[in-house]
Design a binder for this molecule. Structure first.
Ligand code: GDG
Length: 460
């Protein structure tokens, strides 16, 4: 591949957020694996990042931040209602996660989705030249590949979907299924988290867009499109070395002492989202308390729930239900100063998150459906001590790689309870053996490997 071709990333959000300081407002790089993997590549290749700056209203002019060129796309309040809260988060998000909530189909949301995708394509087109690599990210921008190709046939276009691509029987519900598929098929490479995601897409593209071919290679309107899975990952080396710092060990010891108070610690960390299975997981913990004698003396559960999509009534209701459940469990089982569930509803600093990972005897990751789930991989990267068990939903993309986790069906409350029990009683040498092998997998397949394999596919 040509090391000189520029790389342009197109994503719903820019990799920065605006901060207010005494000296006026400025920009800070946002945390997260995607940004840490793509930022060095952008600097190396002289690229640019096109995205929404995170607040409604007119976009600022393109600017430089930490040697990255950033190209803001402005979205109005009403764009955000239809395109983002509506079509992206209330139609596509539930549909692509196995319709675990009813996906709403509204023509008044589809029109702004088309309109905003067009705006992204138009602005991107102004900043790219023949031979550039343009990498479009995620479900909010599925129409961009074709819209960009029509304006700039000389660029190489890749698309990566961070969430699952659903089975064709579910995808078929979407009134605009053909338009979305045509949009994606405008790319040269379409990437998914899992093999099943890629296969689902191929079936849908054959059935509803007249594409031919199979997983690996499709043909459509005289063009060839690579369709493959590229499982996303994390910055293993950075997390592993951050976790080894004495401050993190110290913070973990404090969590064990003050929160767990001598009990074993089970941990859940999620955005508060209905796909993450937080309520069923808590009911499984309640089942454990109910069934086993003195179990409140044995284990406690820390659930960190990060606020997400708080303006949606659906998310607000779910938060209420989860908080009632926590109250119910604690009301029933608290004893002698021992509280069974510690619930934190907030964003916590990453170092503190690492301390929780390091303090946990078992990490409990039980989404009903998840594209990958980076929390599971971060937990593994943190455990340089090879201690700690992982209970993992078989419906998270990560389950395809982390085979040595204790895998569960996240809908089966009794099954999760049994898995928690297994995690709490597993012999130390078996925990270590499983953790070593999961660590070696994530070490070899980190986020840098993910990003470079995708960029190579685009360039080839
Ligand atoms: C989507 C897909 C796919 C969480 N709490 C805190 C915090 N986090 C960070 C974690 C992790 C990230 O948020 C969550 O990533 P996930 O992968 O678990 O989930 P989604 O947000 O749903 O992400 C998912 C991903 O895209 C990437 O392709 O894996 O399937 O749904 O990195 O560390 N970070 C900090 N404080 C917290 O309290 N600092």
């Amino acid at each position: 591949m040509s090391a000189r071709s520029r790389l342009i990333v197109v994503a719903n959000r820019l990799p920065v957020h605006r901060v207010k300081r005494a000296s006026g407002s400025g920009w800070e790089t946002s945390p997260g694996g995607l940004v840490s993997a793509l930022a060095p590549m952008l600097r190396e290749r002289e690229g640019a990042w096109v995205g929404w700056p995170g607040y409604a209203g007119e976009a600022p002019r393109p600017f430089e931040h930490e040697r990255m060129s950033l190209i803001p796309v402005g979205l109005s309040r009403s764009d955000l209602d239809g395109f983002y809260l509506g079509f992206s988060n209330a139609t596509l998000w539930p549909l692509y996660h196995d319709a675990v909530r009813y996906p709403e189909y509204h023509r008044r949301w589809w029109a702004p989705y088309v309109d905003v995708n067009n705006r992204f394509a138009k602005i991107t087109a102004r900043h790219v030249a023949d031979g550039d690599l343009v990498w479009v990210q995620d479900y909010q921008l599925q129409l961009v590949p074709l819209m960009l190709r029509q304006r700039k046939p000389g660029v190489r276009i890749g698309f990566f979907l961070h969430i699952p691509f659903p089975p064709v029987e579910l995808f078929a519900q979407l009134p605009w299924r053909q338009q979305l598929l045509e949009g994606l098929l405008g790319a040269d490479v379409v990437g998914f988290q899992t093999k099943v995601g890629a296969q689902n897409f191929v079936r849908a593209a054959r059935r509803f867009a007249g594409a031919r071919g199979h997983e690996g290679l499709l043909e459509h309107r005289g063009r060839r499109i690579q369709v493959r899975h590229f499982p996303i990952s994390i910055d293993y080396a950075a997390i592993d070395s951050a976790a080894r710092r004495p401050e993190v060990a110290q913070a973990a010891a404090e969590i064990r002492k003050h929160t767990a108070g001598g009990r074993k610690l089970l941990l859940g960390v999620d955005r508060l989202d209905y796909t993450k299975g937080i309520d069923l997981r808590l009911r499984a913990f309640e089942t454990l308390l109910e069934r086993y004698e003195n179990s409140n003396d044995v284990a406690c559960f820390v659930q960190i729930a990060v606020p997400s999509r708080e303006h949606s009534p659906e998310y607000a209701d779910m938060r209420t239900r989860i908080e009632q459940l926590v109250g119910h469990i604690n009301g029933t089982y608290s004893e002698r100063g021992l509280t069974p569930v510690h619930y934190l509803y907030r964003n916590i600093p990453f170092d503190e998150l690492l301390a929780y990972y390091l303090a946990a005897d078992a990490m409990v990751v039980t989404p009903l459906r998840d594209g990958m789930n980076l929390v599971a991989k971060e937990y593994v990267a943190t455990r340089f001590d090879n201690a700690g068990a992982l209970v993992l939903s078989e419906f998270a993309g990560a389950a395809q790689e982390l085979k040595q986790a204790i895998q569960v069906n996240p809908h089966d409350v009794d099954g999760i309870a049994a898995a928690l029990d297994q995690a709490l009683t597993m012999p130390q040498d078996e925990i270590e053996r499983r953790m070593r092998s999961m660590r070696s997998r994530v070490r070899r397949h980190d986020v840098y490997a993910w990003a470079s394999s995708f960029v190579e596919a685009m360039a080839s």
